[in-house]
Write a protein that binds this ligand. Structure first.
Ligand code: DGL
Length: 277
């Protein structure tokens, strides 16, 4: 039987932070990674656009023998997860619920940095308050982060300046916990950590979605029965060379990246608006 894999997608290199967590937690699984680089950033797109992009990606992943999908993108998790879950025959996991659960475990004053679309959805605030309504949550949209990260400008002085501006309202509130509400942002951890008091705990939802995926695979009996998983397969909708350059730098090994033409999927009316998980 053909080996089945876990499909992981993001708009670009952000999902690599989730890929790393999955590789650590589930070393026996084969993974198919897709970056929708031709259409990034997702964080300034409309909910309708995001839902359409996600439908196209999932349709392609189904044709590629995928047994489970991890949305390694908070924006897609916030805006499309509830809508597409009913449309595809495999378990689909998002980042918001695992991130919210981790935040309320210790945090009482939680700051969330995320894309403008994720902040506008209110998904993190809602998910946190469903678990514990007494936790205070502040969310800040950071539209400049993804273009800076995709542009390989982590160490640019401008990145430090804009990061300080984004964090200031959260520091003013005396947060005790900061959620990286976009999978690109853990790449900025050294910059952000320097700006935060040492008492502030940073939450990377990637760690927790990987744990949730492991539990779900076990509960559904979907673990890979083969002892040797295939190396991760990478595909992008844009220029493979740009993605390869950044991804190799962050992952520390060389990759082959395919150019993927996503299938055309007819636009459907959105029947259920998502907030989470
Ligand atoms: N990394 C994605 C997220 O977690 C998308 C960022 C973007 O393309 O704006 O939201």
């Amino acid at each position: 039987m053909q080996q089945q894999h876990i499909g992981v997608f993001d708009s670009g290199v952000g999902g690599l932070t989730v890929l790393q967590a999955l590789r650590h937690t589930l070393p026996g699984e084969s993974i198919l990674y897709f970056g929708d680089t031709a259409r990034l950033p997702y964080g300034t797109r409309t909910p309708e656009e995001i839902i359409q992009f996600v439908r196209e990606i999932l349709t392609w992943m189904m044709a590629e023998n995928t047994k489970m999908v991890i949305m390694a993108c908070n924006t897609s998790s916030a805006l499309a997860l509830d809508v597409v879950r009913a449309e595809f025959p495999v378990p689909i996991l998002g980042l918001i619920l695992p991130g919210a659960k981790a935040a309320v475990q210790r945090g009482r004053r939680v700051g969330v940095i995320a894309t403008p679309a994720t902040v506008a959805s209110g998904a993190y605030g809602q998910a946190i308050h469903e678990i514990d309504p007494t936790v205070a949550v502040w969310q800040v949209g950071c539209p400049e982060f993804v273009p800076l990260i995709e542009g390989d400008r982590l160490h640019d002085p401008y990145t430090q300046t804009i990061a300080a501006q984004y964090l200031q309202p959260l520091l003013d509130q005396g947060i005790d916990t900061l959620v990286y509400g976009c999978t690109h942002y853990p790449h900025l951890a050294p910059v952000l950590r320097r700006l935060l008091p040492p008492t502030v705990r940073c939450i990377n939802p990637a760690t927790f979605v990987a744990e949730a995926a492991a539990q779900e695979l076990q509960a559904l009996g979907l673990q890979n029965p083969h002892p040797h998983p295939k190396p991760t397969r990478f595909g992008v909708s844009g220029d493979p060379a740009t993605f390869t350059h950044l991804a190799q730098k962050w992952l520390g090994y060389s990759l082959n990246v395919e150019n993927v033409h996503l299938p055309t999927v007819q636009t459907k009316p959105v029947t259920a608006q998502s907030v989470d998980v």
